[in-house]
Write a new protein. Structure first.
Length: 183
């Protein structure tokens, strides 16, 4: 895994061994950031279920001013710290090393994020649980773009009842990105 573009372009990133995290492939990450590039300059980015931090680090490398990483796995948090130091982006980042719903509550009162990205473990309904918190969060405005990486069979039929609207979907072979805003 590597940083694709920006100030840390081509720098390799560490990942934790095993199947505890599913790093987003370079091809999917490149497609995602081709879509997100207009939002990157000066943005505040939130990476939930951050794994090794590859998505948030890519955002920082491409011009985001700040990124908060949420990851509960202690080994993964250490890898995020190492990757941020290696890419020299650690001065623009904050890591919350705890369970996602707890960490999201700790962010209450922060300035709004421009982009919120989440890649939760598939098939556990965590997308819906996180969106239930985000719908009322002070750090999510009408301008905030929420991106969910999910399996192709993930149900998002509840979005409207939470006050969200799907603005775009990008499907791949085994998963998809769903782009959401407050309605």
């Amino acid at each position: 895994m590597r940083v694709i573009a920006g100030s840390a372009k081509s720098m390799p990133l560490k990942t934790i061994p095993g199947l505890d995290t599913r790093p987003t492939t370079d091809r999917i990450k490149e497609t995602l950031f081709n879509i997100l590039q207009p939002y990157m300059c000066g943005c505040r980015f939130l990476d939930i279920f951050a794994g090794s931090g590859g998505i948030g680090i890519e955002a920082l490398s491409r011009g985001a001013d700040f990124c908060a990483f949420i990851e509960k796995n202690r080994k993964a948090v250490k890898i995020i710290e190492e990757n941020l130091k290696f890419t020299r982006l650690d001065n623009r980042a904050r890591i919350l090393g705890q369970e996602a719903l707890t960490a999201l509550r700790l962010l209450e009162g922060e300035d709004p994020f421009d982009c919120v990205f989440m890649d939760p473990p598939y098939g556990k309904g965590l997308e819906e649980q996180v969106l239930a918190v985000l719908k009322d969060a002070s750090y999510v405005s009408e301008e905030t773009l929420i991106i969910v990486e999910a399996s192709l069979d993930t149900d998002f039929s509840y979005l409207e009842s939470y006050g969200f609207a799907t603005v775009r979907e990008k499907k791949y072979k085994t998963n998809m990105h769903v782009f959401i805003r407050k309605a």
